[in-house]
Design a protein around this ligand. Structure first.
Ligand code: NAP
Ligand code: G4F
Length: 325
C-alpha cells in the first residue's frame, strides 16, 4: 500500500489563542506543524525546531521561512488583534493586520513558482468588518461597514486575499470568524478579563472589576470548535469564503451573569464602569449566519455559551489558587 505523505502546515501567530488550538488540531491529524513567532515571544533568538522568528511588519525573511518549512497549508493568524488598541496604534495595526497579509500572500505566490507546488492559504478575517451592521444576521453577502482601524485593516486583507485568488489562481480563502473565546484567550479581551476577575474576586485576590460598554452584544463561540472550520475550508475542492459563528447573541451583561453566577456571586456591586474603556466608535451587535459553513463544510459549534463561560472561570479559578500559593 502506498504511504500517504505527511502534510505540512505553517501557522503565523502560533503563540496566540487560535494558534494554540489549531496546532493541536492539526497534530492530531498527523500534520507536521511549523510556526512563526514574533520578537515578543519568550526565549528570543532561541526558537526551537519548526519555529521561526518573523514579523508581518517586515517581510524580509518570509520567503526563507517558506523555503525551510515547505508548507502545503498556511494559516495566517498573526495580527495586532485588539480593537481598542487599534485606535491608539492605527498605523501599526494597518501595517501588521492589513499590509502584513499582502506580504505573506506575495511571498507565497513567489514560493509557489520557485517550488512548483500549490499552497493553500487561510486568512483570519473577522466579523468586526461588519461593524455598524447593515443587516442581521450577517452572512458572506452582507456589506462591510468597519468601525475601527483594526476592522479597516482586516477589510484590506480580506480583499487582498480575494485579489490574489482571482489574479494568480491561488487557493486563498477568508474565514470570517465571529468572536471565539477559551481559557487561552488574551487577558485584555472582555470574556477573559471577566473570567479572570471572577476567579480572583471569589478567592479574595481582587475587589472590583472595571469595564467599558457592557451592553455590547456578540456572537461568542469556543475557539476549539472554530479552528476545525479553518481546516475544513482548506480541504474543499474550490476556494471560497465562509462565515463561522454560533448564531446566538449575548451581551457582556449575559457573560457577567453566567460567570459570576457560576461561583454564586451577584456582579452588580462588584463591577464598575470606566469611561476610558469605551471605544471612539463601538460595534453594538454582531450575529453570524453560518448556514454556508453548516451546509458546505458540515461544520457546527459544539460548546454552548454557558459551557464556555464556566470552562473559562474553572480554568481561572485554578490559576488564582496557584497565585495564592
Ligand atoms: P491573538 O491571541 O491576539 O494572537 C495573535 C498572534 O499574532 C499572536 O501570536 C501574536 O504574537 C501574533 N502577532 C502579533 N503581531 C505580530 C506581528 N507583527 N508579526 C507576527 N506575529 C504577530 O489572536 P487570536 O484570538 O488567536 O486570533 C487569531 C487571528 O484571528 C487574528 O488575526 C485575529 O485578528 C483573528 N480573529 C480573531 C477572532 C477572535 O474572536 N479570537 C475573531 C475573528 C478574527 P505575539 O503575542 O508574540 O505578538
Ligand atoms: O472582547 P473584545 O475586546 O472583543 P471585540 O472588540 O469584539 O474583538 C474581538 O473579536 C473580533 C471578532 O468580532 C476579532 F476580530 C478581534 O480580533 C477580537 O478578537 O470586546 C467585546 C465587547 C466590545 O463591544 C467592547 O467594547 O466588549 C466590550 N467591552 C466592555 N468592557 C470591553 C470591555 N472590551 C474589552 N476588551 N475590555 C473591557 O473592559
Amino acid at each position: 500500500m502506498a504511504e500517504t505523505k505527511q502534510r505540512r502546515a505553517l501557522i503565523t501567530g502560533i503563540s496566540g489563542q487560535d494558534g494554540y488550538y489549531l496546532t493541536r488540531f492539526l497534530q492530531e491529524r498527523n500534520y507536521e506543524v511549523h510556526g512563526i513567532v514574533s520578537c515578543r515571544a519568550p526565549g528570543i533568538g532561541e526558537a526551537g525546531e519548526r519555529l521561526y522568528y518573523a514579523d508581518l511588519a517586515d517581510g524580509s525573511n518570509l520567503s526563507q521561512i517558506l523555503d525551510k518549512s515547505q508548507p502545503d497549508e498556511v494559516y495566517n493568524l498573526a495580527a495586532q488583534s485588539h480593537v481598542r488598541l487599534s485606535f491608539d496604534l492605527p498605523q501599526y495595526t494597518a501595517d501588521v493586520t492589513g499590509v502584513g497579509v499582502l506580504r505573506m500572500l506575495d511571498a507565497i505566490r513567489e514560493f509557489q513558482q520557485r517550488a512548483g507546488k500549490q499552497v493553500r492559504f487561510y486568512q483570519a478575517s473577522s466579523s468586526e468588518m461588519f461593524g455598524k451592521v447593515v443587516e442581521t444576521p450577517q452572512s458572506e453577502s452582507t456589506p462591510f461597514y468597519p468601525r475601527s482601524p483594526y476592522a479597516c485593516a482586516k477589510v484590506y486583507a480580506y480583499w487582498q486575499t480575494i485579489n490574489y485568488r482571482e489574479s494568480y489562481d491561488m487557493f486563498a480563502v477568508n474565514g470570517i470568524l465571529f468572536n471565539h473565546e477559551s481559557p487561552r484567550r488574551g487577558e485584555a479581551f472582555v470574556t477573559r478579563k471577566i473570567s479572570k476577575a471572577v476567579a480572583r474576586i471569589k478567592l479574595g485576590l481582587q475587589e472590583k472589576l472595571s469595564l467599558g460598554n457592557i451592553n455590547a452584544q456578540r456572537d461568542w463561540g469556543f475557539a476549539g470548535d472554530f479552528v476545525e472550520a479553518m481546516w475544513l475550508m482548506l480541504q474543499q475542492d474550490v476556494p471560497e469564503d465562509y462565515v463561522v459563528a454560533t448564531g446566538q447573541v449575548h451581551s457582556v451583561r449575559d457573560f457577567l451573569d453566567a460567570t459570576f453566577g457560576h461561583v454564586g456571586l451577584d456582579w452588580t456591586d462588584l463591577v464598575e464602569t470606566d469611561q476610558n474603556l469605551f471605544r471612539p466608535a463601538e460595534v453594538d451587535l454582531l450575529c453570524g449566519d453560518a448556514s454556508k459553513a453548516r451546509e458546505k463544510l458540515n461544520w457546527q459549534p459544539k460548546v454552548s455559551f454557558k459551557e464556555l463561560a464556566e470552562m473559562m472561570v474553572d480554568h481561572d479559578l485554578k490559576l488564582a489558587r496557584k497565585e495564592m500559593g
